[in-house]
Design a binder for this molecule. Structure first.
Ligand SMILES: *Cc1c(COP(=O)(O)O)cnc(C)c1O
Length: 459
């Protein structure tokens, strides 16, 4: 049975509550209803195609409907779809853990889950219990977490607790545990501190001040390495991550790196930590891990952390945590193939080369007066829209200018998403240069179109 767009639209609006969406607004718009995908393109039920400029929410690596990923998945499906990791093992989860740890030689164990937020929750609980297992008396108050301003680590209550995005945080504040916030090097909006390196120094000094006075109460520092994605693609200048690591070592606290968004080639290397030779105590992986096929996440830990959980059963050093679909075979087998293809297809070199070309095309957007800042790391880009370039004032939220830009881009055949005043362009990693140039052209025309409307509305 093939349903018409009109029928699906009606049922979508009648039955589905969409995430992060003001549904009162949503029901007034024509929804994009995807039917299939191929390579860098998504196709809607009306047969229209769109360049996937958000990699289906930052997950797609090799493109949609990749024959080799499909084959890996069907092959596994012929054997078994799922059995449990509670008290038993399975083949793909063993092979994937071994493969992941080859990229992290200083780490020793992989704990599976199914969403990035869960990978973060797990890291937080492990970090907390680590200190209790080591010495419940000495570390009785080593319970707090430090995270960056505008941090984003997912939407479950623990992950929101370490988040720093005002809108999400404020609503749930009474439910959240305490977090210590330190500034993030958001260079574009911190010019009062001086140069890029001055901003880094300021942020590291603030972190040091917190750690020096409270390290006895701090279980871990959690950061998104190199790029704060959901905050609006805030690209940290070189040296910040390394500096955070050094301070964590100096003050005896664990370092958690949340690679959920930046992992699996997004910033031009397999993992972001490689670029500053940082060796965290815990790492969270998700999003691109299955090439955008299935939900899967993982928390990696060092031997030092893992060893603290070993003991006799009655000591209760066990990590009492686990999700039903942990280590699912379909997800793990497609993740294994994803990693193999990243290597055999030379995707990382490709990403670096394309990122350099892309930087040149994006530069043209500065022609448009409402483009305030363009930030990019690998194939992760943010374009900050401002009402006034000099004061960096943004448009009023109610004007929904950024939303109107992405609707215009959709009409022209490109799907992207805004994060507040920032348009994000996070293409399928394997998107070709020609497709990417086309996407930037559409972006350009769409911003110009709304710039002209904004001039009429705001003067
Ligand atoms: C997306 C994201 C998460 C949450 O992942 P989900 O799969 O949406 O739960 C956590 N951390 C970072 C840095 C992310 O970008």
């Amino acid at each position: 049975m093939v349903y018409s767009y009109a029928q699906l639209e009606q049922w979508d609006k009648q039955y589905v509550w969409h995430p992060f969406t003001q549904m009162k607004q949503y029901v007034n718009e024509r929804p994009l209803i995807i039917e299939r995908g191929k390579g860098s393109y998504l196709y809607d039920v009306n047969g229209r195609r769109y360049l996937d400029g958000y990699a289906s929410l930052w997950v797609n690596v090799h493109g949609h409907n990749d024959p080799e990923l499909n084959a890996a998945l069907s092959e596994q499906l012929e054997k078994i779809a799922h059995s449990t990791l509670l008290g038993s093992a399975n083949v793909p989860s063993i092979l994937l853990a071994k493969r992941l740890l080859e990229y992290w030689p200083h780490m020793s164990k992989v704990f599976y889950s199914d969403t990035g937020a869960a990978a973060v929750e797990i890291a937080l609980k492990i970090a907390y219990q680590y200190w209790k297992n080591l010495d419940p008396v000495r570390y009785a108050t080593k319970n707090k977490f430090v995270s960056l301003k505008e941090a984003y680590h997912g939407d479950t209550v623990g992950a929101v607790s370490v988040g720093g995005m005002e809108t999400f945080h404020r609503i749930f504040a009474p439910l959240l545990f305490e977090r210590i916030e330190v500034p993030a090097p958001y260079v574009y909006r911190m010019e009062e501190y001086g140069s890029e390196q001055d901003v880094v120094r300021h942020c590291l000094n603030e972190l040091e001040r917190v750690l020096a006075s409270q390290h006895e109460h701090i279980a871990a520092v959690i950061v998104e390495p190199l790029v704060q994605g959901a905050a609006g693609i805030i690209v940290h200048p070189r040296g910040f991550l390394k500096g955070v690591e050094a301070l964590c070592r100096q003050y005896g606290t664990l370092l958690i790196c949340d690679e959920v968004a930046v992992g699996f080639g997004r910033t031009g290397t397999m993992f972001a930590c490689e670029q500053e030779e940082v060796a965290p105590d815990l790492v969270c992986l998700g999003k691109g891990i299955t090439g955008g096929y299935l939900p899967l996440a993982a928390t990696l830990v060092t031997e030092k952390v893992y060893a603290a959980f070993l003991g006799n059963v009655e000591e209760d050093k066990t990590f009492y945590h686990g999700h039903t679909y942990t280590g699912n075979q379909l997800s793990c087998s497609v993740a294994l193939k994803n990693i193999e293809l990243i290597e055999t297809r030379g995707l990382l070199d490709d990403v670096q080369r394309k990122a350099r070309r892309l930087a040149g095309w994006l530069e043209r957007l500065y022609d448009i007066p409402i483009v305030g800042d363009i930030r990019q790391k690998g194939l992760m880009c943010g374009i900050e829209i401002v009402k006034n370039r000099r004061t960096k004032e943004v448009f009023p939220r109610a004007a929904m200018l950024e939303h109107r830009i992405i609707l215009e881009a959709r009409r022209r055949g490109l799907v992207i998403r805004p994060l507040g005043p920032v348009l994000t362009f996070i293409p399928v990693l394997a998107m070709s240069e020609a497709e990417m140039e086309e996407a930037v052209r559409i972006l350009y025309d769409s911003i110009v179109c709304l710039y002209e409307q904004a001039r009429a509305e705001f003067g």
